[in-house]
Ligand binder design. Structure first.
Ligand SMILES: Nc1nc2c(ncn2[C@@H]2O[C@H](COP(=O)(O)OP(=O)(O)OP(=O)(O)O)[C@@H](O)[C@H]2O)c(=O)[nH]1
Length: 557
């Protein structure tokens, strides 16, 4: 390989040092069949000199043989080697390719084929920071272009480069470029992509890929014009990931001896310093960071993506799946949420069916309670739907068996993305991006108002009032899960029952209260049946849950 060969031959350590500190850009390429995706990736690999001489020689020979590139190097052959493997039945949903220049390292997710486009794109794009959307200059904006753009925006990719390819086949016409740009802008306006650029290229000849093309002198004069490689090398991505809000999902509790108790995990976002006050969720217990331990010694501070073990100055109960955050920027904790779901399997999403849901280090159970609307990825129109089929996308409401900690996906990708797993087959059947928590008023939006009639409350949700403290939390979680498994809906609030929450209570058929929150300061006649549940130990919890079931059995009869 000849890349940066001088530095490599003269000072390999300096080269490695430089390489290690280069910033990494993850990008995704998408386009319709034959738009030139493989050729462009081959061109980027070739022009950054990431190709071995013998590979190049083989391609030279094959290009001459296949004869469909007019004697020019057919760089798509570089990439298509992998396609052969795919056709032989080896499942490669997304192929990742690596290249680097003097400035940056790149990982390209190449999503093959057009049949499973949504699923593949969702997989490839989930970590991508930039998407190159290829458009064949002869055909302009196609259905696929709209679809790929929509999925890229849904997945929160902030930087989109529309590469109008095969300009050599339209006489390098600026008018054609302008026309495609206008068409694209017309449909993409609604998607509010924060950084959108257009660039006319010829992947085959390398025009505007590394250097400005002499065949399209007009491009250079446009505001913000840059060759493609220049954009890839310079687009500002660090700001995207420096989310100020600290989040660290706990991967495991490290307790090698009685004197040490640390919480290990990878920082999903933000920054943490020794002495910072932190809060553990869902328990909401607080403490301070005593030390930040790593394999290489203790740190004063740690950032996003670092794997660390935090020790705290107080003994607070934290277990795997909990999330450590800072008190002033707390994420949402809820068992009801709204999310955009991409369905990835042949059998459709069935509302009401129990699936396993994995978000970060937490796995829980739950069901999709309803599809709010389906989004047509071609027209971007919303329509009513009761289920989702393969590759379909919809905004759905979910009810989980226990509250989980999350942020909206658009705010924090790691804390807002989840997968849906079939409990029997263990296959990933869907991917979700959290939109928001379901608010109390939405939760009950389909409950008819008949507050004073007990009868009307049959079949309505039970209201679980949960007080703070580990036993109350555990008790509430167990009650919630048990009721859920019996097909009953539970609305859970984590605060004492006040006037405003009592209004909510007036629309449910029973109020369950964990210890410490018995005071309801409103007219009791307006409220439904009430049951206070107490527990001090695990055995008590089991007993308390039984009493709830018994009482509910009566209430529901
Ligand atoms: N004239 C011209 N032909 C190009 C250009 N880029 C790609 N092609 C040709 O277009 C055809 C399709 O290119 P590929 O790179 O295989 O397209 P692709 O998008 O990867 O296609 P799939 O792998 O089938 O999805 C090939 O014959 C390329 O040589 C270009 O800039 N100009």
């Amino acid at each position: 390989m000849s890349h940066q060969s001088e530095l490599i031959s003269e000072d390999i350590l300096a080269y490695l040092e430089q390489h290690e500190h280069k910033e990494l850009l993850r990008l995704l390429t998408c386009g319709s069949v034959d738009d030139g995706k493989s050729t462009l990736i081959g061109r980027l690999l070739h022009d950054s000199k990431m190709i071995y001489e013998d590979q190049l020689e083989a391609i030279r020979k094959d290009s001459a043989k296949s004869g469909n590139t007019d004697g020019k190097l057919d760089l798509s052959l570089l990439v298509d080697g992998l396609q052969a493997e795919r056709e032989q039945g080896i499942t490669i949903d997304v192929a990742y390719r690596f290249f680097s220049t003097a400035k940056r390292k790149f990982i390209i997710a190449d999503t093959p084929g057009h049949e499973q486009y949504t699923r593949n794109m969702a997989t490839g794009a989930s970590t991508a920071q930039l998407a190159i959307i290829l458009v064949d200059a002869r055909y302009g904006v196609l259905t696929q272009t709209r679809r790929h753009t929509f999925i890229a925006s849904l997945l929160g990719i902030r930087h989109v480069v529309v590469a109008i390819n095969k300009m050599d086949l339209v006489d390098y016409s600026q008018a054609r470029y302008d026309e495609i740009r206008e068409d694209y802008l017309a449909f993409s306006k609604a998607l509010r992509i924060p950084d959108l650029r257009f660039i006319p290229i010829s992947a085959l000849d390398g025009d505007n890929v590394v250097d400005f093309s002499e065949k399209m002198p007009w491009y250079k004069d446009l505001a913000g014009a840059e060759p493609l490689m220049h954009i890839l090398e310079n687009v500002a991505i660090s700001d995207d990931s420096q989310l100020a809000e600290f989040r660290m999902p706990v991967q495991y509790v490290n307790r090698p001896n009685l004197d040490f108790r640390g919480f290990a995990g990878t920082i999903a976002s933000g920054i943490i310093r020794q002495g910072d006050e932190i809060m553990a969720l869902p328990s909401r217990r607080t403490s301070r960071v005593k030390s930040i331990v790593t394999y290489d010694g203790d740190l004063e501070e740690a950032f996003q993506n670092q794997a660390v073990t935090l020790t705290l100055s107080d003994e607070i109960d934290v277990s795997r799946g909990d999330v450590l955050v800072k008190k002033d920027h707390v994420p949402t904790v809820s068992s009801r949420l709204k999310a955009n779901i991409v369905w990835m399997t042949d059998s459709p999403l069935v509302p009401g069916k129990q699936y396993a849901i994995k978000l970060g280090t937490t796995t829980t159970f739950g069901s999709i309670t309803r599809v709010l609307h389906q989004i047509d990825v071609n027209s971007l129109q919303q329509s009513d739907a009761t289920q989702l089929g393969l590759n379909e996308i919809g905004l759905c409401e979910l009810a989980l068996t226990k509250p989980i900690v999350f942020d909206p996906y658009q705010r924090n990708h790691l804390m807002g993305a989840f997968i849906i797993i079939d409990r029997l087959t263990n296959v990933t059947v869907g991917a979700g991006m959290v939109d928001s928590a379901v608010t109390d008023s939405e939760r009950l939006s389909d409950v008819p108002v008949a507050a004073s009639e007990r009868e009307a409350r049959r079949g309505h949700p039970a209201l679980l009032v949960e007080t703070q403290g580990p036993v109350a939390t555990k008790l509430a979680n167990t009650v919630e899960r048990t009721l859920f498994e019996h097909g009953l809906t539970v609305v859970s609030i984590e605060e004492p029952l006040t006037l405003s929450t009592a209004r909510l209570a007036a629309r449910v058929h029973m109020v369950l209260i964990t210890q410490g929150a018995e005071d309801i300061s409103v007219d009791d006649n307006e409220l439904p049946d009430r049951l206070c549940i107490h527990a001090e130990t695990d055995d008590d919890i089991a007993e308390a849950v039984d009493s709830v079931l018994e009482k509910l059995g009566l209430a529901l009869r």
